[in-house]
Design a binder for this molecule. Structure first.
Ligand code: ATP
Ligand code: MG
Length: 563
């Protein structure tokens, strides 16, 4: 690996870190520390804890009343509007209209791309709007509105209007708890929830105890979606506006090559591990009618977030590896992906959907006709305050042990499940080796590290070690700027994607531990270079389009991006 020197240097001055961290604590942690200290004192005085020689035990693992964790929201009488319907039915459009006309508000989306799009839209409509994601803080003068990723939803401020998009994600194994937190915790007069109707009964159940008023609006698809009776048959039948969906990176590049070898089309690509800015630019090229990139090859990363001018979705497979096994796509997944064809207002008013393999057509047709199965439970995760209190009372700083205790013993009402935190446990196992306080450990555990990616997990380990040992993490210690190159092989491309993840992680940490991660600007500029080099690789991969056309399409793209 040319650019990253993930050195395994462990400083001997281990004691230093603790003192430094106290100074580095974000105000929120200081606040938490103080509140918890107060709580522990009060509760011990009233003999609530088992360690306080009392008789009544305070059960930290009792998570049966999560609505009580958010006193601000409970003081409000919230009017909750549910905008429910299939993809492309105008749910978000209607909620955003309300947000735009409110005196203050917050939009919470599942992806950075969606938060970017909403901030851009509101600012364009002369409603100043901040953009806040894990890795970005773009503040606009006089803004009373914010567009954020759902994990960044602020449950301490008051808003007139709030929107939570793709609310059905509260059933997501890993991220669902952040949607639940936003649903229960945002303090707003009006709360607009957009998503699949499968979430309606669960939301109604959950909100029974909050005293909120609920109004449900159902929407119909704005443009027709026609499932084809015949499969694609041959790649020579690929047309402008087609999007071929597959689920592995390797397949994405194989299909792109195969289509481009016919010398009729150039393909943009979109998949999860591409940097978000690269995904946006690939989508922009595909959407631009005058660009040569008129076909898209993508993973299910297109299921949400990007506004795409797709005429036809072609499933190359109906099976996906979910981290454990190969399984059929679910009804919801098929509907969500297929629904991207024929976006209302685009140049393809009617969407079409088909498969490469004729054997897949029955599953496609039956899924499109079926309603998505009703969501039964929403994700939940103990707050940091609960874990902190547990750690104080049981006198342990071992986050892995604390997490496991909550996972094994959490008591939940029937509307909730405890979030899958396998990744978090993996990070905790690494971080617990280091002399860090619980809040620092927790920060590293909730950081956007991909522990399945070797370079990304090594990056996290290195950052945490340097932070614990020296209190300051200079990017240049593990990364040499100026060494990034256009990848020449798919393996080199993957490595560059991983390097982007590490730089992204540095930026994320720099927003939370500002003094200890001082090189945010360098990390951001190197991230941007990574994306450009990845795009250069993607462009070189296709058949050589005539030089003049290439320049034309680049110039067009640059002017759009500057827009
Ligand atoms: N009443 C309307 N007038 C003009 N454009 C509209 C209207 N309703 C929706 N649109 C446009 O139609 C497209 C689809 O709308 P929207 O994004 O709100 O759908 P959605 O139901 O949220 O879909 P998804 O589930 O895919 O997020 C958007 O480009 C939106 O701007
Ligand atoms: Mg939407």
């Amino acid at each position: 690996m040319a650019s990253f020197l993930l050195r395994r240097r462990i400083s001997s001055s281990l004691g230093v870190s603790r003192t430094l961290h106290a100074g580095n604590m974000e105000p929120i942690w200081q606040h938490v520390e103080l509140r918890i200290a107060a709580l522990v004192t009060i509760s011990c005085a009233t003999r609530k804890y088992s360690s306080c020689a009392g008789t009544t035990k305070f059960d930290f693992t009792d998570l049966t009343r999560p609505h009580t964790w958010y006193p601000n929201a409970r003081r409000k009488h919230r009017k909750v509007f549910l905008h429910m319907g299939p993809t492309n039915s105008g749910k978000t459009y209607h909620a955003l209209k309300q947000l735009e006309s409110s005196s203050s508000g917050i939009y919470c989306g599942p992806l950075r791309l969606l938060a970017w799009e909403v901030a851009k839209r509101l600012n364009k409509a002369k409603v100043p709007c901040d953009l806040i994601t894990g890795q970005e803080r773009e503040e606009v003068d006089g803004a009373e509105h914010k567009a954020v990723t759902v994990e960044m939803a602020d449950v301490t401020s008051d808003y007139h209007c709030a929107v939570i998009d793709e609310i059905q994600m509260l059933g997501c194994r890993t991220r669902g708890f952040s949607f639940t937190r936003a649903l229960l915790g945002i303090s707003a007069d009006e709360l607009h929830l957009c998503g699949d109707a499968a979430a309606v009964p669960l939301i109604q159940e959950i909100l029974k105890v909050t005293g909120d008023e609920i109004e449900v609006h159902y929407y119909e698809r704005l443009s027709p979606l026609v499932p084809s009776k015949v499969p694609l048959v041959s790649f020579s039948h690929i047309q402008t506006g087609d999007c071929i969906v597959t689920f592995s990176r390797r397949e994405i590049y194989r299909l792109k090559k195969k289509i481009e070898n016919e010398e009729k089309h150039l393909c943009s690509v979109v998949y999860g591990s591409l940097p978000p800015e690269t995904r946006t630019r690939q989508a922009t090229m595909f959407n631009d009618a005058s660009s040569d990139f008129d076909v898209l090859v993508a993973s299910d990363a297109i299921g949400m977030g990007l506004n795409l001018n797709i005429s036809r979705i072609i499933f190359s497979t109906m099976k996906k590896f979910d981290g454990i096994e190969m399984r059929d796509l679910t009804i919801s997944e098929i509907k969500q992906i297929a629904g991207r064809a024929g976006r209302y207002g685009s140049k393809f008013p009617v969407g079409e959907v088909t498969c490469i393999d004729a054997e897949d057509l029955p599953l496609l047709h039956s899924s499109l006709k079926s309603p998505s199965p009703t969501l039964e439970r929403a994700g939940l995760f103990p707050t940091f305050e609960l874990m902190f209190m547990y750690s104080r009372v049981h006198q342990t700083n071992d986050l892995h042990q604390i997490l496991e205790h909550f996972l094994d013993n959490a008591k939940l009402s029937e509307n909730y499940f405890i979030a899958d935190c396998e990744e978090t446990l993996k990070v905790a196992a690494v971080i617990d080796e280091l002399p860090l306080g619980l809040h620092d450990k927790y920060l590293f555990c909730i950081s956007p590290v991909d522990m399945g990616d070797e370079i990304s997990s090594q990056g996290l380990t290195q950052f945490a070690q340097n932070y614990a040992n020296k209190g300051i993490v200079r990017l240049r210690e593990i990364f040499t700027p100026g060494t990034l190159q256009v990848p020449k092989t798919p393996a080199a491309l993957k490595e560059l994607e991983s390097i982007h993840k590490v730089l992204d992680l540095y930026v994320w940490l720099s927003f939370r531990l500002e003094d200890s991660f001082p090189d945010r600007e360098l990390a951001s500029s190197q991230k941007a270079i990574c994306s450009l080099l990845i795009e250069e690789f993607l462009e070189r991969l296709g058949w050589e389009m005539p030089i003049a056309r290439r320049f034309q399409s680049r110039r067009r793209l640059s002017s759009q991006l500057l827009d």
